[in-house]
Design a protein around this ligand. Structure first.
Ligand SMILES: *Cc1c(COP(=O)(O)O)cnc(C)c1O
Length: 392
């Protein structure tokens, strides 16, 4: 009890946080450099949308800038404005493009809009006639059917002699729909389409590959690659051993350790009945924290296709979730750990070096991207360099 009181008096918010996220900036920048090497002759940008995949755009952006990244992609103009403070002379592309009323924020922060529809293009031309020369990027759809100018329009635009002289794209890009699956023929189709686009825009940079595309090989690299998930340590290619270093460690505190007898049931819906006398650790993380209910051990539809639920790591072992995850709490079965190995106040690793974020994702029926970007609203964050995270 006195130890608990000591903890409460500690002024370091990280030390007392129920949920904490450690971001290893060295692993992040090493992963970026690794993806830059894998990009061969192409330059590697850094994709830092969604608050740098939940790691914090300020610190992650600055670390990547210090490591040499000079091209960044963000989703929104707000993200671009924030990043500009940490990446002073970098080129920052805004993937969602430009909207009427946001021009000044683009110009004042030197952000480059990615133009991806006829409407945005028309608006951009009007902006240029009012403000003069300003760079943009063009996003061309080669088969994703999400964003992008149609191929024919993009190619016609390249040859259009009547287009304003101030129209100065600095990058033409497209996005692969199936790059997580190297065997998909869609990759080749998109590559061939993009080659036509790239040829029409000879003289300016071309970019096709995100993380998955980088692993598809040099044909896909063009001038600039756009790694995201791989920098953050996530899997970009299904079924391949993930070569990246883990970047993010999420931990949650044990609120209570309790015993329960064989035959008793646990959590909402009593979906799991204990087969033996058990010790249960009640941990301060739940679906409101992005720890998705779908990875509950039982009582959720997903368990019919993925038999085992999620796991966490504590005291040198992985431990399974017991029953349903609730809004703010999750129960882990710690019966297999020595009796005094777990106590209230200890932290369990939800994912990190010992539990891959993608394993959590698989148990939840989703992808690492969604886990990284959902977790963390209530987490206290800290940043470490040179792998000090081993010390926590
Ligand atoms: C998110 C995104 C990326 C990064 O993708 P990863 O799979 O995370 O590497 C690259 N390009 C575009 C257009 C994106 O939307």
């Amino acid at each position: 009890m006195t130890e608990l009181l000591d903890d409460f008096e500690n002024e370091d918010p990280f030390a007392t946080a129920g949920l904490r996220l450690t971001v290893d900036l060295t692993a992040l920048t090493e992963n970026w450099k690794d993806m830059a090497r894998r990009s061969g002759r192409a330059r590697a940008a850094a994709v830092v949308k969604a608050d740098a995949y939940g790691t914090g755009i300020e610190d992650a952006g600055e670390a990547l800038y210090m490591a040499g990244a000079r091209d960044f992609f963000v989703a929104t103009v707000d993200e671009g404005v924030t990043l500009r403070l940490y990446a002073p002379d970098a080129r920052i592309f805004v993937l969602s493009g430009i909207w009427p009323g946001t021009e000044r924020r683009f110009f004042e922060n030197d952000l480059v809009p990615v133009i991806s529809s006829e409407e945005q293009l028309a608006f951009w031309m009007a902006v240029l006639s009012e403000y003069g020369d300003y760079p943009c990027a063009l996003h061309v759809d080669t088969g994703f059917n999400r964003l992008g100018l149609a191929m024919d329009e993009a190619i016609a635009l390249a040859d259009d002699v009547s287009r304003p002289a101030s129209f100065a794209p600095v990058l033409v890009m497209s996005h692969l729909a199936c790059s997580d699956d190297p065997s998909s023929p869609i990759n080749r189709h998109q590559l061939e389409s993009f080659r036509r686009v790239s040829a029409a825009y000879e003289g300016i940079d071309s970019s096709l590959a995100a993380s998955g595309g980088i692993f598809l090989g040099s044909d896909y690299h063009f001038d600039l690659t756009r790694p995201g998930i791989s920098m953050y340590g996530g899997e970009a290619v299904s079924g391949m051993t993930n070569p990246m270093r883990p970047v993010v460690t999420a931990e949650a505190r044990i609120i209570q350790v309790r015993t329960a007898n064989a035959g008793q049931s646990v959590s909402y819906g009593h979906s799991v009945q204990l087969k033996r006398d058990s010790r249960l650790a009640i941990v301060s993380v739940g679906y409101a924290d992005g720890y998705m209910r779908s990875q509950s051990s039982t009582g959720v539809p997903l368990r019919q296709s993925v038999p085992q639920g999620g796991q966490a790591f504590i005291a040198g072992r992985t431990v399974p979730i017991a029953g349903r995850i609730s809004m703010d709490m999750t129960i882990f079965d710690v019966t297999d750990l020595p009796e005094n190995a777990v106590r209230a106040g200890d932290y369990v690793e939800l994912f990190g070096k010992n539990v891959a974020v993608d394993d959590v994702a698989r148990a939840a029926g989703t992808i690492g991207y969604e886990i990284l970007t959902s977790i963390g609203l209530r987490h206290e964050r800290r940043y470490v360099v040179d792998d000090e995270s081993d010390a926590i």
